[in-house]
Design a protein around this ligand. Sequence first.
Ligand SMILES: Nc1ncnc2c1ncn2[C@@H]1O[C@H](COP(=O)(O)OP(=O)(O)OP(=O)(O)O)[C@@H](O)[C@H]1O
Ligand SMILES: [Mg+2]
Length: 265
Amino acid sequence: MYDNPLTKRQTLTQEVKFSARGVNVFYGDSHAIKGVDVDIEDKTVTAFIGPSGCGKSTFLRCLNRMNDTIDVCRVEGRITLDGEDIYDPRVDPVQLRARVGMVFQKPNPFPKSIYDNVAYGPKIHGMARSRAELDEIVERALRRGAIWDEVKDRLDAPGTGLSGGQQQRLCIARAVATEPEVLLMDEPCSALDPIATAQVEELIDELRQDYSVVIVTHSMQQAARVSQKTAFFHLGNLVEFGETGQIFTNPRDPRTESYITGRIG
Ligand SMILES: Nc1ncnc2c1ncn2[C@@H]1O[C@H](COP(=O)(O)OP(=O)(O)OP(=O)(O)O)[C@@H](O)[C@H]1O
Ligand SMILES: [Mg+2]
């Protein structure tokens, strides 16, 4: 196995969670993702890196069909989750998004209390039989979001009244409350200070025990710290995909090398 000096732990080969083949995405006539093939593994953190506008968010949104909500956007090709085609007309995108949670760059708490932000999903999906069970789910999720201690005495206060970094951790708590199988994170730390960033990175590492995590980041250091696999995108192409240590120390494609050494992007 490749000795990976930059990430804390090595990965063993895991089961494939998402398999994408020949994925193309268009916004009207503009071709944003070009023939992407990739397998994303379970119990692994996969980082998407690449210059602004290369298609990282677009490809991430293919994985839980968030692009469906953009009128001009068209997705072609095949993406399976546990072997099932997620674009099959019989798949309910709402159910899919319960299995494949998402955290956005800009924290977007609901205009509800801190408690209700987290309880909302578990309620809709009938995860709790009593108020006591719901309380437990909410507490566990807020602890996983590394924000419990800061909010436990004001669970009835509005989520929108928290600081930016706290709102982001609340959104992470909300995303994990429904126990998704995959967590998609689009630059989740860009609004966070170094302390909150470290907390979120620790959380991501912990989530990997149970979930597949895909994180878009502009920070090479962050990609190296948290991920085991890295995908480098450039102008809509998936240029290189592999073990994070290999991508950062021994990239095979000159475009990857230029990007990680700061010459493009
Ligand atoms: N809603 C949209 N409508 C039209 N074009 C879009 C839309 N969203 C993205 N695009 C275009 O698709 C391409 C890829 O954009 P995308 O947001 O996926 O890039 P990105 O790699 O996430 O960039 P960044 O690092 O700046 O977030 C860009 O050319 C962008 O302008
Ligand atoms: Mg983006």
